[in-house]
Structures are given as C-alpha cells and as structure tokens.
Design a protein around this ligand. Structure first.
Ligand code: ATP
Length: 620
C-alpha cells in the first residue's frame, strides 16, 4: 500500500475529537500508529498534533480566519457572506468546511501527498503570495471529502486542538512497543523485551527530552521497534529540554537536602541554549533580518533557543558573533542565562528590559543600547559527544577549557559550600546586588534534561510577596466584567495549572487585578486570537467558573498571591488569595506551568517565614 489515505486519517481525528478520556485517546493513537506506514509516521503524527514539522523547526501557514473565509468560498463555490454567516453560527471554520463541502466521496490522496502540498502552501512567499495561498489552499480542500476538509481547514488555521499532547503520543508509542506490534523485523532483539508499558514510556520520554521531535521518534520506533530508541540522540541544531529547578524556603533546608552545593547567582534574564557547529555555515534567516549579522558569510552554524524550545537566534546577533570568537570547539551545546546590562554602570537590567530583544524590529539598536552578557552555567554536548551523563564538576572543567575570555560570553561564577552560614551570606549578597536569588546545584549531578528535581534548587526572595514565589498559570478564558472594565470587554480571567498525571488543566483562581489598562487590552487580544467555542476538553472546570470567552490553553502568565488555600471548588484543590498578574510568560509553554506537586510544596512552605536570613548568623 502506498500509505494511509488522508480521509482515513481524518476519520481517526474525528474519533479522537469525540473523546476526552485519556486511555481512549491513547488507544486510538496507538491504532492509528499501527496502521500508518513507516515512512509517513512522522508527518502523520505532526499533523494530528496540528503542525507540519517539529515545533523547534516550525513552519507557519500565516493564514488567518479572514483569509480562510475567502479560501472556503473559493473552494466550494459559495459567497463570502454565506461562509461568514455560517462561521457566526458554528464558531469554527472547520465545521463550516464540513457544511459547505458537498463531497462525500473520499479521495485517494495519502497523508504524505497532502503533507507535501501543505508544506508548499506554507512556503509561498513574496509578491502576490496572499492570492497564491488562497488558490493553493482552495485546491487542496476542494479535492477532499467533507470530514477531511474540516480537519485540513483546522490544520491550516492551527486550530486542531484534539486535547492531547506529545506526551500522549509517547504513551501510545509505549503501548505499541509493549504489544509488540511495530513493523520491526521479528528477529530483532528489540522485539523481545520484558519492559512494562510504563518503563517503555519512561525510556521514550527520556529521549524526547533530549530530542523534542515526536514525529521522528515515532518514525524511528515504527521502523526499528524498541531498538530504535537507541538511535535517538542529541544533535546540534535540535534544542534539548532545559533542566529546571525545585524550590526550597531557606539555606538550611538546602544544605540538609543537597549536602555540599555549588551556589550560583540566579539572574533574572532569559534562558538561552546555544548551539554551534563549525562544520556547517550560518543558516539563512527571515529576509528582513539578514542584515543583523554583518559577517554572516564567514559565520559558522549558530542557533539559540528558549527554554520553550523556540528559536531566538535573530534576537541575539551579538551572541552569535561572540560565540564564534570565544568558543574554542568544533561543536557545542551550552546552557545559560542572557541578561542585559547598563553600559555606564555595568548593573544588570530587569527582565522586561532584557526581553526588549523579543521585538521583531530594532534588534540592531538594542544590541548597541542594551548589550548582553551570556552567563554560561552548563555544557551538554561537545565535538560529537553528549556530556549530560557526566557530573556537573566534570562538565564545568570542560566548559572552562573551551570558553576563551569573559567578554559577552562568561562562565557563571560558583561557590562550593556545605556551610549554611556561607550560603546565607551568598544569598544575601545576591539580593544586595539586586539579583533574583541563588541557585544551588549538586556538584555530582548529571544534567537532567526537562526534569525539575532537587539537583537544582532555587532560593528567591521577594519583599512584597507573602508567598515565597510566584505561580505560572495558563489562561483558560475571560469574563466581560462590570463597571469601568466592561468598556474594555474584559474584567477578569480564569487561570489553571497543568496536571501531568491526568493530562488536564486544573483551575486555581480568577484574576481581576494587577493589570494596567494596556495589559488588559493585550490579554483580551491574545485570548481572542486563541478563543474556542466551548471550554477546552482537557481541563476540569467547575460550571461555577464558566467564562464568557474560552481560551485554548496556550497563554502563560505569572501570578503573585498572598496565600494559597485549600479549595473544594477549584479543580486543582487549591485557590489563591488576592491573586494579581505579575507578567506574561511568553517564554513558557502551557504544559510548563507550576506543577501540582510544587503547589503542594508551596502550600506547606508558606507557613514558614520566606527566606530566613538570620542576620546574627551572617559573618561580616
Ligand atoms: P522562575 O520563574 O523562578 O525563573 P522558572 O519556572 O522560570 O522559574 P525555574 O526552572 O524554576 O524556571 O528556574 C530556573 C530558571 O532560572 C532558569 O530557567 C534560568 O532561566 C534562570 N537562571 C538564572 N540563573 C541561573 C543559574 N545560575 N542556573 C540555572 N538557571 C538560572
């Protein structure tokens, strides 16, 4: 067979849409994976998640609703008025496609053929590209039956949202191997294993953390079964999930829990993972940014990524140039924090100012006005070898050898101690210097990609907050509000956290304060872009908190509060007292919110004073 027909694939998406039960979703995905041909597995998985390529390498259609109205009108010979009217009734252009497409007969197009056409559609650029996109997209849709055109419309609009994530695909892959139904040749040793589905899942997830490309992982497993997992490795240019930190309330507890630690300053900049490969040339960027790199023709391959795996190379032309000058290695992957500093005083700048680099324009000016330091605290890969399984101490020795000088790139200072007093003094110094706090790391620990455990611990202090730390939450919807706010069309919003165990978002609070007028406007605009007709399937939301406008869970915000209390009404089991917005966390993804375990821990910690800096203990 030449591959799965796109119509069959759409039927799978249809049944996936009809359930919100995790086990059922996993079972359906497993069956879909089983039925797919090896060669199409990666593309099929990407499409089921609503994108074309692994997200770090993403390719956007840049087709908004207005344009889709034209596309549907063109594809199915209807007037734009009619499409708009139906859109008003349905609230979803995929459903509109289903309604206006009269074609019941499935085509013989395969997943791979459609994927190719969709890639062509997404890469149309230059003059007249709008018109060309309308033509191409209508041709793609007009060929297909009702159900297929419904899902293709949603794929093009990036609104697939079937309520499962890459982690559910990992569960399905584990099940597939467990049931021994991959296409791997029977004689391969991998088909004989005695791992449980859970153990298999852990194994696959570990690989996903160093290579967040679920399509490729699925394909390799389809081709080689369990053995395929061994072929998955770190690669320069493919971001690695960043290690994260646990939190503890005071230095004493840190030493009790970790023993001797490496203490580092915690800078409030932005996480940067830097990849360099001298055997390749600097790849092309979007055309309007070519001039950022004056010596681009002589530059090696350098890419930077956020902790959210998004590429940010265009924000850091200065880091790219500095990496070329200061790194003495053929290929590396580094981890660190980039932070802006004041040219005159040398002081580090607040997070928001460093983040000016996020803007699309004016990067060249920002490089001059707000220079950056890249404080490197780890090395994950060197000259073809993965270093994550070496202890931190050894990784740092290697890092010391390859970083030359301390201009833009600088190795992060650390201090080793098992003495509580010294740690207190160090954290006091950090706060005096206006830094966020300190990080304490276990010197003999491996780099645990994507993990948040007690090998890295953060200790922060925030004077004005009664809770020791803020909470990262995802916006689930908003309320129109009353009084003055009603003029904005938004007066409050509902937030939740991601519960990995149930693969569901759980609500924790409504927020109605802490936003400046322009932030209310920004939030409304952001939610309106990702609004959905009904509450998202993968969330537990009591009807008491029903929103006026529901959001697809993708906007992450940082919230401060006075207290965490137990709650029987919020599905997270906790609620916040006096919640207020601190900032938008555009560097975080929706499943990267504060975890239920952290919440539990913060609930317990709040009973203690925040950072206990007992002055009498600090030797001057
Ligand atoms: P927070 O909101 O407290 O920054 P977070 O949830 O964004 O936390 P955490 O993993 O809890 O992320 O805290 C670690 C973050 O602190 C890293 O992502 C990094 O950006 C930053 N950081 C600053 N200095 C260091 C350092 N020396 N070592 C590791 N991370 C550091």
């Amino acid at each position: 067979m030449k591959g799965m027909y796109i119509s069959k694939f759409a039927q799978y998406l249809d049944i996936l849409e009809q359930t919100s039960k995790r086990l059922e979703i996993t079972e359906i995905l497993k069956n879909m994976l089983k039925e797919m041909e090896k060669a199409e597995t990666d593309k099929g998985i990407f499409l089921s998640l609503g994108y074309l390529r692994a997200q770090f390498n993403s390719l956007q259609f840049n087709i908004a609703e207005k344009m889709m109205v034209k596309i549907l009108a063109n594809a199915f010979n209807e007037s734009e008025e009619k499409i708009n009217k139906l859109y008003g009734e349905e609230g979803d252009l995929g459903n509109v496609a289903f309604k206006v497409n009269p074609n019941e007969k499935p085509s013989k197009t395969t997943i791979l053929e459609v994927h190719k056409k969709l890639e062509e559609l997404a890469t149309i650029s230059g003059t007249g590209s709008q018109e060309k996109k309308i033509q191409k997209a209508s041709q793609i849709l007009a060929l297909e039956d009702k159900l297929t055109s419904k899902f293709l419309t949603r794929i093009i609009l990036s609104t697939v949202r079937l309520g499962f994530t890459e982690l559910t695909v990992i569960d399905a892959l584990a099940k597939l191997i467990f049931e021994n139904v991959t296409n791997a040749p029977k004689e391969k040793s991998s088909t004989k294993h005695n791992l449980s589905a859970k153990e298999l899942k852990i194994k696959i997830e570990a690989k996903y953390r160093i290579r967040p490309d679920i399509g490729t992982i699925a394909k390799v497993i389809k081709e080689n079964g369990l053995e395929g997992i061994d072929y998955i490795s770190m690669e320069v240019g493919v971001p690695v999930h960043a290690q994260k930190a646990q939190r503890l309330a005071d230095p004493q507890e840190i030493i009790e829990k970790l023993g001797s630690v490496w203490a580092e300053y915690k800078f409030d900049g932005t996480r940067v993972q830097l990849h360099l490969d001298r055997s390749r040339k600097m790849p092309g960027l979007e055309t309007n940014q070519q001039d950022l790199f004056e010596s681009r023709n002589t530059l090696p391959f350098v890419k930077t990524f956020t902790r959210n795996l998004e590429e940010t190379t265009h924000q850091f032309p200065d880091l790219v140039e500095a990496a070329n000058k200061q790194i003495d290695a053929q290929s590396v992957i580094l981890d660190g924090e980039a932070i802006g500093y004041n040219k005159k005083t040398g002081d580090y700048l607040p997070f928001q100012e460093t983040m000016q680099r996020k803007r699309k324009h004016g990067i060249k000016e920002a490089v001059v006005e707000t220079p950056l330091k890249y404080l490197i605290f780890d090395i994950l890969y060197l000259n073809g070898k993965t270093l994550v399984d070496l202890p931190l101490v050894e990784r740092r020795i290697i890092l010391d050898k390859i970083i030359k000088g301390n201009e833009t790139l600088e190795i992060d200072y650390h201090m080793e101690t098992k003495d509580v007093k010294r740690l207190i003094k160090f954290s006091k110094e950090a706060l005096d210097r206006g830094l966020e706090g300190i990080m304490a790391k276990k010197p003999d620990s491996f780099y645990e990609a994507g993990a948040r455990n007690f090998t890295w611990v953060k200790l922060k202090k925030s004077q004005e907050q009664i809770l020791g730390d803020t909470i990262d939450c995802v916006v689930l919807g908003y309320y129109f509000g009353r009084g003055v706010r009603a003029n904005f069309g938004i007066g409050g919003f509902l937030v939740g956290i991601w519960d990995k165990r149930d693969q569901k978002y759980k609500t924790i609070t409504k927020v109605g304060t802490g936003l400046k007028d322009e932030e209310w406007e920004k939030l409304k605009e952001m939610v309106d872009k990702v609004k959905i007709k009904e509450k998202t399937k993968n969330a537990d939301i009591s009807s008491k908190y029903d929103c006026d406008v529901w959001a697809n869970p993708e906007i992450v915000v940082e919230i401060a509060a006075d207290e965490i209390s137990k709650s029987s009404e919020h599905s997270a089991g906790f609620a916040l007292r006096f919640p207020r917005l601190i900032k938008f966390r555009e560097d975080k993804s929706a499943t990267d919110t504060t975890t239920p375990e952290e919440f539990e821990q913060m609930y317990r910690l709040q009973k203690k004073p925040i950072v206990k800096i007992d002055e009498s203990l600090v030797e001057s």
